[in-house]
Design a protein around this ligand. Structure first.
Ligand code: NAD
Length: 360
């Protein structure tokens, strides 16, 4: 029996999570998905109830389950609190306590929404790539760092730093994921300038022969950024460090339109993970029942695929989302002028109805 922890969080978090839970219940009833749900507090909701953004109880529950599905945290109510106990700290703490070093950001284009992108539809039709970003190392954590006085001027500096085991771990994650997809890894670095990137490339090359069925290529990050907007369909899995991944994953997000459609995952070495929509708690629309639940439902599909290896169930959820869009259903964020707009729960119900129609 699979165990999942649900962390609704704040703002639109509980609203979009409620729709993902409807999908889980449908998978149980219609497709024999054996799963037990537990719930926990995180973010502002946890601050209100317990005074801290990540209660010990939530963390120990997260450590005991197969995967965690989260809504979003934060909001104006907690913005004036000291940095250490703000809602976002809960998220950073749970990521580091669970050792989630691999951040997965898929970019795929639902052809029904291709017109919403700033790129031409023909560049995007059929787009399906996955950015694997190293999340716990690199320049965001490297020492030394700081701002100092040197010869009467202030100098700011940071250190880009990767060890062989850190590179090998994320490379293996990327190769493993490629095996579930089109079996191509493109490693992104700046090996023509940076020693840390030279080591990165060397280690990725060393890992590659363990995956003879997966093709490996390399790109410098500047070229990768250009290729992502020029011809994004050439990619399957892109693997890169923390800083480059941060930037490239936002380019990837912009390729496909609304933030309300974008799922994400953060995985540990065993493939256990935290799954969440890319968007935040959207306080401007919270409580109105108009948020798009599809990013969260697609995060659930990632959970099924990557932590539970339930590839068929994941495909069923993704197809149900696609069919809901194909039948013309749009929440406000993805509707074009004149299109009928549905609520958060109408969109969730539509996905559930399509799940019931499918055979696996
Ligand atoms: P946001 O992602 O919450 O909202 C940005 C814009 O996108 C808003 O206009 C919002 O209405 C819209 N939007 C977001 N999700 C949507 C959805 N599902 N459907 C339709 N529209 C949607 O980013 P923000 O406004 O910068 O941040 C709001 C709060 O969320 C802040 O407290 C921030 O710290 C927090 N935040 C949390 C996370 C997280 O939990 N992972 C991520 C980003 C921001």
């Amino acid at each position: 029996m699979v165990k999942l922890l649900i962390l609704p969080g704040d703002g639109v978090g509980p609203e979009v999570i409620a729709e993902a839970v409807k999908v889980i219940e449908a998978l149980k009833r219609r497709h024999g998905f054996a799963c037990e749900l537990d719930y926990g507090l995180i973010g502002g909701a946890a601050i209100d109830a317990c005074g801290v953004p990540l209660p010990d109880e939530t963390l120990s529950k997260a450590q005991a389950v197969d995967a965690v599905l989260m809504g979003a945290v934060g909001g104006p109510k907690w913005d004036q609190m000291p940095r250490e106990i703000r809602p976002e700290r809960g998220l950073l703490k749970i990521r580091s306590a669970l050792g989630l070093y691999a951040n997965l950001r898929p970019c795929f284009c639902f052809n029904e929404l291709a017109a919403a992108s700033t790129l031409r539809p023909e560049v995007l039709q059929g787009l399906d790539l996955l950015i694997v970003r190293e999340l716990t190392g690199g320049i965001y954590y490297g020492q030394p760092r700081g701002i100092v006085q040197e010869g009467g001027v202030r100098v700011g500096f940071n250190t880009e730093r990767y060890s062989e085991p850190e590179i090998e771990r994320i490379a293996r994650t990327a190769f493993d994921l490629a095996r579930l997809r089109k079996k191509h890894v493109c490693s992104v670095d700046k090996a023509n300038v940076l020693e840390s990137s030279q080591l990165w490339r060397e280690v990725v090359e060393r890992v590659a022969p363990s995956y003879p069925d997966v093709e490996l290529s390399h790109l410098y990050v500047d070229n990768a950024a250009m290729q992502l907007v020029r011809a994004p369909r050439q990619f399957d899995v892109l693997v890169t460090g923390n800083l480059f991944g941060d930037i490239l994953s936002d380019i990837g997000a912009q390729l496909t339109g609304s933030i309300g459609m974008l799922p994400s995952a953060s995985l540990d070495a065993q493939g256990r993970g935290l799954y969440e929509p890319v968007h935040g708690s959207a306080p401007d629309i919270a409580g109105r029942g108009i948020a798009n639940p599809l990013a969260t439902i697609l995060s659930l599909a990632m959970l099924l695929r990557y932590s539970l290896r339930a590839v068929k169930l994941a495909g069923t959820v993704e197809r149900s989302v696609k069919q809901s869009l194909a039948s013309g259903l749009r929440t406000a964020d993805i509707a074009r002028p004149g299109e009928r707009v549905v609520s958060t729960s109408e969109m969730g119900t539509a996905v559930v109805e399509r799940l019931y129609e499918q055979e696996i």
